[in-house]
Design a protein around this ligand. Structure first.
Ligand code: CU
Length: 150
């Protein structure tokens, strides 16, 4: 029928719009066991901006088991995490105006969620990038690679 055809058209349009938006965003989960559920992130080279949503699926408060999601060049990760410890929880364990930081979310606790959107246009796609949690002591386990798909 005409109605069926119309509905099919509408749903096809919706699906294609969702997948378009979906391509330049992802969700990463973190938990009470000090883990992310992903160790690599591949950003399509066609994305101008990318959005990472971080969820904390645990129950512990952020003072005890807080997590964030920070992205830097690989070589900057450890120094940025170390500077973040001095910056403290009031700065989400990221030194204010740290130019080495490409993207960073707030620190969240169990049951919470946060996100960050950042530009990937100006990044050198052949450099090595890392994401990590800058809560003191977490970078050893909570880290992963960021690469660009061509
Ligand atoms: Cu953490």
């Amino acid at each position: 029928t005409m109605l069926k055809r119309l509905l099919f058209c509408a749903s096809t349009l919706l699906v294609s719009q969702f997948s378009l938006a979906d391509e330049c965003s992802t969700t990463i989960e973190s938990n009470d066991a000090m883990q992310y559920n992903k160790s690599e992130l591949v950003i399509p080279a066609t994305c101008e901006d990318f959005t990472v949503t971080l969820k904390h699926t645990g129950n512990l408060p952020k003072q005890a088991m807080g997590h964030n999601w920070v992205m830097t060049k690989e070589a900057d990760a450890q120094p940025v995490a170390t500077a973040g410890i001095s910056a403290g929880m009031e700065n989400n364990y990221v030194k204010p105006d740290d130019e080495r930081v490409i993207a960073a979310t707030d620190i969240i606790g169990g049951g919470e969620s946060t996100s960050t959107t950042f530009s990937v246009k100006g990044l050198n796609k052949s450099d090595a990038y890392l994401f990590f949690c800058s809560f003191p002591g977490h970078i050893g386990i909570m880290k992963g690679t960021v690469t660009f798909d061509s």
